[in-house]
Design a protein around this ligand. Structure first.
Ligand SMILES: Cc1cc2nc3c(=O)[nH]c(=O)nc-3n(C[C@H](O)[C@H](O)[C@H](O)COP(=O)(O)OP(=O)(O)OC[C@H]3O[C@@H](n4cnc5c(N)ncnc54)[C@H](O)[C@@H]3O)c2cc1C
Length: 387
């Protein structure tokens, strides 16, 4: 087993940390502060991340990526999320999640061109999977895809799509339906923004992700070219399963970044703030919170790295380990951010305090990328099947 970062990878991670502080932080603050057009600020951010190689880091060189390890991709995600959970979520969804789906399941020149755009940050993708009727169980998906002259007609409504108001293209999941109306399995396909019958309705921001554009995608008899199918018709469940894994890995990386940010802020405050003449850290009640947060951070990072590595080597245990990592990291991040807020005292409890935002983002991460309940169900199933 080798899921530690190599010396060279550690150097790259360090360089990416400096890049994020210098290049990403100012723009991320503009995004969070609602300064300027959010979609344009997001585009500028993704451009920078594309130039820095973050978006295509773990994709093979034949697909236009850098062929680096998935463990390094998760480490980069963690660094970016520490700087800005919103920018991490946008970048992961677009370049990493959708990039890998296109690379594995797409074919043809047009899809290759889109993929190139996503990896360089020149194009933005959004994932349209959740429906207003529910995102956990997608069995009753209402989005319909009907074959039409070598292509498809797609109708339905998707909600909670990160990046949607800025997106150039959507990865849409739906049910393939025969002209007679019978369901014939899941389908995944690309739908370009601005297609006839397609529109985006902006939604409220997600908690803890200030400034991140989110929206619903409404499709009314939208015609989609046959070449834009991902995977094969009616066998979209494979694409869906893969999509859940990328989502969960992204949420894991994001949660680790939030834990690091929380621990750092709590540590600095506990050393500087005095109570009865002594630093807060001198009191066991405070120091033990720091100790627990540190133990949770290291555990989450190890789990995340192992899960990424198992996925990289296509180990059959990867899916379960990704669920374990996501479940643990997101719930531990909520606990760590809560500790940070507690240690910061009244300062932490003020609107606009970073720790309060981290707490909200961590809680959102227990829902994004598959809810804690969904991952517990998956892990329990795997445990029961193995005995
Ligand atoms: C920050 C953020 C970003 C997101 N980004 C995207 C995106 O880019 N694209 C996209 O398509 N979606 C996105 N989502 C949506 C996300 O995938 C869904 O919110 C999630 O899958 C849950 O679906 P739901 O909200 O419909 O809740 P529901 O499915 O209605 O579930 C509600 C509650 O009931 C529980 N529950 C449901 N069914 C069961 C069951 N069978 N057994 C036990 N418990 C159950 C759930 O765990 C949850 O606690 C995002 C969400 C968040 C918070």
């Amino acid at each position: 087993m080798d899921y530690e970062l190599s010396e060279k990878e550690k150097e790259r991670k360090k360089a990416f940390q400096s890049f994020c502080k210098k290049e990403i932080r100012p723009l991320a603050e503009r995004l969070a502060g609602g300064q300027g057009d959010g979609s344009q600020v997001l585009r500028a951010l993704l451009n920078k991340l594309g130039e820095a190689g973050h978006l295509g880091l773990s994709l093979g060189t034949e697909a236009g990526g850098q062929g680096e390890s998935l463990v390094l991709q998760v480490a980069f995600g963690e660094v970016l999320a520490k700087e800005s959970p919103a920018v991490h979520l946008a970048a992961w969804t677009c370049g990493v999640h959708c990039g890998h789906l296109l690379s594995r399941f797409g074919s043809g020149d047009w899809i290759r061109e889109i993929l190139g755009g996503l990896l360089s940050g020149r194009k933005i993708a959004a994932l349209a999977r959740t429906e207003p009727s529910g995102g956990t169980s997608l069995e009753g998906m209402a989005t319909k895809m009907v074959q039409d002259r070598g292509g498809w007609r797609v109708s339905g409504r998707k909600s909670f799509c990160v990046n949607a108001p800025a997106a150039d293209v959507f990865v849409v999941f739906g049910v393939l339906e025969s002209p007679q109306g019978a369901g014939e399995g899941l389908c995944a396909m690309l739908v370009p923004a601005g297609s006839a019958g397609a529109r985006v309705e902006p939604e409220e921001e997600a908690l803890g992700y200030s400034g991140l554009p989110v929206g619903s995608l409404v499709l009314e008899q939208t015609r989609v070219d046959g070449a834009w199918l991902l995977g094969s018709a009616g066998r979209g469940s494979e694409v869906l399963q893969e999509s859940w894994q990328w989502d969960a890995l992204g949420a894991t990386a994001g949660s680790i970044g939030l834990m690091e940010a929380s621990l750092e802020a709590a540590f600095v405050h506990a050393q500087q703030r005095l109570s009865a003449g002594k630093p807060l850290a001198a009191y066991q009640e405070v120091a033990f919170k720091l100790a627990e947060a540190r133990a949770m951070l290291d555990t989450a990072r190890l789990l995340g790295q192992k899960a990424a590595w198992l996925k990289q080597i296509q180990d059959p245990e990867a899916e379960t380990l990704i669920s374990c990592a996501k479940l643990y990291a997101s719930e531990a991040a909520t606990k760590c951010a809560g500790y940070a807020l507690q240690i910061l005292g009244g300062r932490g409890a003020r609107r606009g305090c970073a720790a309060a935002e981290w707490l909200l983002a961590a809680k959102s991460n227990e829902i994004a990328g598959g809810t804690s309940e969904a991952h517990r169900i998956k892990i329990a199933k795997s445990v029961l099947e193995s005995v």
